[in-house]
Design a protein around this ligand. Structure first.
Ligand code: ADE
Length: 417
């Protein structure tokens, strides 16, 4: 029987509904957009396929798009980040969800295909797996796709690579590159949720520990800043000289991973690249070192090297795997080296996803109205939409700001002596 969804257990729906209800209370910008969407129905008759982390804030976005008139299908953007109760609640609400926690790699792509089977007009992606799938295995659907949006840095980097090779055949709005996205989600969102994941997984103290943060992009900055706030000694590793300098002047120690590996108690990767922590580092790490990844893919901590270096491996807590080296040292990998904030906790706080997903909702509306005029390629979200989200957010926080006077506006727009 085709139920229109595939989830772990539909009877979990009431618990998922409670979670969605809780976060919606703290997502005022998206709520406001949803109210307008209910009246204007800007997505009436359109099909939206999304590939996102299936958790409660994502669910509220999916329901908001439904209110705009869209038929929504949803697959997970990571095999381990789905909350099964939230998936069940969405299925009950008529979203075509194909996701469960613990999908095999094969099931992961099968579910993306199932979400694409609706023949979408619009696509929302997080990491660009759905867009890559469209351009490799599901090219027959491309002509029907008006446009797509991309949530995360890694996805935008992949899409720009596709664009450079002339392979990208649809317009994609890089929601990640909106100011109201990366300045807040990547920095404060990941800064908090990564530590939420590490602390929930381990129940250990951060104060007094040596924390090594690999990568000083917006995500690394947030993680380092919050580690300092928790009382850690923070070391940053970088490959970019300017970012390294910035980390040093922000007051962090900067050194190569080969040195940091010897002194770190907790390692967090946030580079977006492969093989950041490998066999040479595992060889010199302290007994009890903790390894976590905050980047999109599970490639930053080499799990393969860890598996071959270990004499024994066992699960010691729900989110912690112990690898015992042949010399008796034990290293602890959190969340199988996948996104620690979503695998070991609930992802970013609701107030942050309020901004990110409001931008997503408005980007989808923008594509529905204007996508046919856009060329294939990566596009920025218009500044006006970014500012609209900031203004509603400020208003919801009870913060008022000044406005330029006519005279001030004239002054900054003139150049004559
Ligand atoms: N919740 C939903 N999507 C997320 C993301 N990309 N990062 C953190 N939390 C999320």
């Amino acid at each position: 029987m085709d139920t229109g969804y595939r989830v772990r257990d539909i009877s979990l729906a009431p618990s998922g509904a409670e979670k969605i209800n809780w976060v919606s209370r703290f997502m005022p910008v998206l709520r406001r957009i949803g109210e307008r969407f209910r009246e204007e129905r800007p997505l009436e008759g359109l099909k939206v396929a999304a590939c996102l982390h299936v958790e409660m804030k994502t669910a509220f976005l999916a329901l908001t798009l439904q209110q705009a008139g869209a038929e929504v299908s949803l697959a997970a953007s990571n095999p381990l980040t789905t909350q099964d109760d939230v998936a069940a609640a969405l299925a009950e609400e008529g979203v075509r969800v194909f996701a469960w926690r613990g999908e095999t790699d094969e099931e992961y792509f099968e579910n993306i295909d199932r979400a694409l089977d609706v023949r979408p007009d619009l696509v929302i992606d997080d990491g660009a797996d759905m867009i890559a799938r469209l351009h490799s295995h599901r090219t027959e659907l491309l002509d029907g796709v008006v446009g797509a949006t991309e949530e995360t840095t890694t996805g935008v980097i992949r899409l720009r690579a596709m664009e450079r090779e002339g392979a990208l055949r649809i317009p994609v709005v890089a929601v990640n590159d909106a100011l109201c996205k990366y300045l807040f989600d990547n920095r404060y969102g990941t800064g908090q949720s990564t530590w939420d994941g590490i602390m929930r997984a381990t129940n250990l103290l951060i104060a007094g520990k040596s924390v090594v943060v690999a990568g000083y992009g917006w995500v690394g900055r947030g993680i380092a800043m919050r580690a300092r706030g928790l009382g850690a000694r923070v070391i940053v590793t970088e490959v970019d000289p300017i970012r390294a300098l910035e980390a040093a002047m922000d007051g962090f120690e900067v050194m190569p991973m080969s040195e940091a590996a010897r002194v770190g108690d907790i390692f967090v990767t946030a580079t977006g690249d492969v093989d950041v922590i490998t066999a040479e580092h595992f060889r010199v790490m302290k007994d009890g070192a903790i390894l976590a990844n905050a980047g999109h893919f599970n490639v930053e901590v080499s799990v393969e090297d860890l598996e071959s270096a270990a004499a024994r491996k066992r699960r010691v807590r729900p989110c912690v795997t112990e690898y015992e080296m042949s010399d008796g040292r034990r290293l602890y990998l959190l969340g199988e080296g996948r996104l620690v904030n979503l695998v070991c906790a609930d992802g970013h706080p609701a107030e942050i996803m309020d901004m990110s997903f409001s931008l997503q909702a408005l980007a989808v509306e923008y594509l529905a109205r204007r996508g046919r005029d856009l060329n294939p390629g990566v596009h920025l979200l218009p500044r006006e939409i970014d500012e609209r989200v900031a203004r509603i957010k400020l208003e919801s926080m009870g913060i008022r700001i000044d406005e330029l006077t006519e005279e001030q506006r004239r002054y900054i727009e003139s150049w004559k002596l």
